[in-house]
Design a protein. Sequence first.
Length: 432
Amino acid sequence: MRRFPEADTSDHNNQFVYPMTEAIPLLARQPIFDGNMQVVAYELLCRNSDLKFIASTDGDAASSQVLLNAFTELSIEQVVGDHKAFVNFTRTLLSSPPPFNRQKLVIEVLEGQRVDAAMLHSLKQLREQGYTIALDDFELDENTQSLVAYADIIKLDVLSLPADKIRDHINYLKPFGVTLIAEKVETYEMFEQCKALGFDLFQGYFLAKPRVITGRKISENKQSVLQLLSALHDMDVPIEKVERMIARDTLLSFKLLRLINSAAFGLSRDVESLRQAIMLLGFNKLRNWVNLLALSNLSGKPHELSVAALTRARMCELIASKMSQRNRVDSYFTVGLLSTLDAFLDCPLEELLSNLSLSEVLNKAMLTHAGPEGMVLKAVQAYEQGRWQDIDWHQLESLGLTPDVIAGAYVESLHWVAETMNTLGLGPTAKK
């Protein structure tokens, strides 16, 4: 099995080099949360990286090939860690499933497929073999009713189903003892409503959006973080002022020193003071790392938001390293990380950026996707949501960024972020 290379964390600006000996699929993951916003699984979204192949090939055959590539060319643990992977299965895959780890896999039966005796027989066999079965975008009717007996998990699209129909589905399905997932949860308000309705798990982009409450001031905790970020991005700020601001936050200071003294930086001697850390890191690297550490310290924000922010930042940086932007990768990392600022601070991004001393280039990159940084950010945001059709592949390929390169950057980012979060003590169970 071909493995991805170990991440070189000695410097988060290292040039991304991935030996593309074979094409790998376009792969994105979408987290599935419990009611406490802890990740319990990921749904894997896959497409063949040959975009022409997708358009011209039978759906069942394409899905089979993509999944085989995804799980034989990649390490599933590298993509989802300790969590389970939800994977879409067509009729072909249901009747002849690839030999994936049954403990890691949730078979997600795609909606809209013909339900007949052959499909039900396949599901019965899969259940007997110990697989977990989920029904995707389920809507109860005469055709789908027979599927319920074979399901462990049922997903309801809360955007497309009217409220009364959602309640009817829940009332019908709960007695079967299935786990109910609300998918396409777009806002915190929808998340709370779905919890109240009785859903067990939740999937959607609500985590990446701010919970803006009109008339409420930014909390003291968030205000202090914003003040620190503002100082960090002021080109004229004295180093002594930054040092004092970091020193006021004991946990931030501790995590920064632990980072500097970790194997990731490979220093020959221990660093014992913030001044040493600042001098060794340099201001650009210090700025990005303190950005991350300060945001991750915010109370009430789930671990996965830090994972998503750092993954986006790293992927922007890796793509920049493949372009003629190697001397500016710090700015791409900054754009990726701070583009999530609204979700961390629950305030519109434009308002937050007006309080930071960022260059006009970086502000426009985040707000309007202008310039090279904005172009990369737009592509990365589409990629992470599996909206590959919204990516301007012709523009990327003119810069030497093929689908294979972008896919490799994404998987490398996932691997690097997992190692980095572990080094920083920012795992889902870490105490803050």
